[in-house]
Design a binder for this molecule. Structure first.
Ligand code: GLU
Length: 321
């Protein structure tokens, strides 16, 4: 447990991170690996990685922190950032900002809410983001821009971060619900480009493959008021709002429970990753492929809960200095 005389400087983060990885290694109830596409179903449930990148740039990692995994819906955070960059607050005429309280791929709310998705982090919302990003460009350009953006955020000059084409194809082959969502929104004129092109972009974003270390690096702008290495990526106001959406909507219909247990902005993906942000303090990525009943990483969530218990980093705690 955190003691209130602890400070960020006196906490031994490296030790805490390695203790957490050690504890996770010993847990056998790891949840169920996503099985809707073969490339995800084949990932070993034994994997666990954690990376904590501090505001001063220090990185503390443990376990499989340097193994690439499919970030899936975590890419919705980067898509939201880019879509806001493209159209600003006009985006909110096409996407809401409320928790959905239903599954990530639910279609029911779209009927009563006239094709306006509840928030940018459910599938329907992210499909609208892709339509915005497609604008007048070709799908290939929108996908290339996303890849360059994420590499820039992560400081990946070598271009190690990739889009896994096998995953993108498998998403395409099984994406009947996403096709239904996109077509349904098109009927309300909330999708403007041809549905196949919008979904091509969406499936490729889902197929971004990154390590915990890269993902935590890429989340730094949300920790640091929109800046990375002194460069402004988004305004401080926009970073704060993206963090607010991650807190309220980042864990499907389990977002309330994540806020209760962890108390940090976070976005999960069905690949078993979670990106979480401690504003002003740290950007954190965890990965363990086994999911709980709501589709969030079972050990990833537990690891973040432990980290917050040991550091007092929840945004609902009096802030350590
Ligand atoms: N590729 C998944 C889908 O669209 C994303 C799921 C997720 O990570 O939430 O169905």
């Amino acid at each position: 447990m955190v003691r209130h005389m602890d400070t960020i400087a006196t906490l031994d983060i490296a030790r805490i991170v390695s203790d957490i990885a050690e504890e996770m290694r010993g847990i056998s109830d790891r949840g169920a690996v996503a099985s809707y596409i073969p490339p995800l179903a084949q990932v070993s449930p034994d994997k666990f990685g954690i990376a904590v990148v501090m505001a001063d740039g220090a990185a503390h990692v443990a376990g499989d922190a340097d193994a690439a995994f499919s970030i899936q819906s975590i890419s919705k955070v980067f898509a939201l950032t880019q879509a806001l960059g493209a159209v600003g607050d006009q985006l909110w005429q096409r996407v809401g900002r409320e928790p959905s309280g239903s599954a990530f791929n639910s279609i029911v709310q779209l009927e009563s809410e006239q094709g306006i998705p509840r928030n940018p982090f459910i599938n329907a919302g992210a499909i609208v983001l892709c339509d915005v990003l497609l604008g007048r460009c070709e799908p290939r350009e929108a996908i290339g821009q996303m890849l360059r953006f994420v590499r820039m955020l992560a400081g990946d000059d070598a271009g190690t971060i990739k889009i896994d084409e096998t995953v993108a194809l498998a998403e395409q082959d099984t994406g009947f619900r996403n096709m239904a969502l996109a077509n349904y929104m098109r009927a309300f004129s909330n999708i403007r480009a041809p549905v196949e092109r919008v979904l091509g972009v969406y499936f490729h974003f889902c197929a971004l493959a990154m390590t915990c270390r890269e993902l935590a690096m890429a989340g730094r702008y949300l920790m640091d008021g929109g800046r990375v290495d002194g460069h402004s990526i988004v305004t401080a106001n926009r970073a704060r709002r993206i963090n607010a959406l991650m807190m309220s909507c980042g864990h499907y219909d389990n977002s309330g429970d994540f806020a209760f247990r962890v108390g940090l902005p976070g976005k999960s993906g069905v690949g078993g990753g979670i990106l979480s942000v401690v504003p002003g303090v740290a950007s954190i990525a965890v990965w363990s492929p086994g999911l709980n009943a709501s589709g969030n990483s079972q050990l990833g969530t537990l690891a973040l809960e432990r980290l917050v218990q040991r550091t007092g980093w929840s945004v609902f705690e009096p802030r350590l200095r």
